[in-house]
Design a protein around this ligand. Sequence first.
Ligand SMILES: CC(C)(COP(=O)(O)OP(=O)(O)OC[C@H]1O[C@@H](n2cnc3c(N)ncnc32)[C@H](O)[C@@H]1OP(=O)(O)O)[C@@H](O)C(=O)NCCC(=O)NCCS
Length: 170
Amino acid sequence: MVRIAEITGPQFPAFFNCFEILMQEGYAGFPAKLREFFIMKEYSQSNFFQWYEKQLRKIYIAFNETEQLIGFLVGDNTYGGIAFITWIGVLPAYRKHGVGKQLLQFYEEYVRTRNAHLIELFTYEGVKEFYIKNGFKEIGRREEGFFGQQNIIMNKKIGSWDISNIPPIS
Ligand SMILES: CC(C)(COP(=O)(O)OP(=O)(O)OC[C@H]1O[C@@H](n2cnc3c(N)ncnc32)[C@H](O)[C@@H]1OP(=O)(O)O)[C@@H](O)C(=O)NCCC(=O)NCCS
């Protein structure tokens, strides 16, 4: 039985440990130099923690029966009705058991409360099918995108844009 929850402060070391394991595994085929840059600088534990404290990003984590952290999803809070997923990962031993799907479902539930009409992410060839199975469609691609990586741009439509979703000015 897998439990999904929003992260809390004390869970950051376990979350980052899981993030590091997936990066070291070769996340998305990123070259070693890029993975090191992400772990050591751009997506360091302290940066994740700051985004969490300032409520700039949402982090969901998955636990197994023994409360070991086995997966995560990092997404934003939506902007202009579009929610963006930055990271999703499940430890190798727990894949293909529906954990990734549940993480996506939790995030989707959250962004619906923010009146999102689309969820967007960038992926690569090896994982595209996972997103298709979860309702995403390819809308375009960059062969040489962020950091020179292939970006397959995928969207999931979960509603319609409504002008009344623009937040009040005061
Ligand atoms: C991508 C990832 C998060 C999927 O997590 P998961 O827990 O294995 O996914 P699920 O078990 O929920 O899969 C849901 C469906 O997608 C399918 N699926 C999962 N990964 C797949 C893949 N790489 N290729 C094709 N189909 C896949 C599953 O078989 C399942 O299909 P079903 O509904 O017909 O049974 C996981 O493989 C992972 O962490 N990969 C390494 C990190 C990574 O590449 N992250 C994404 C970068 S964009």
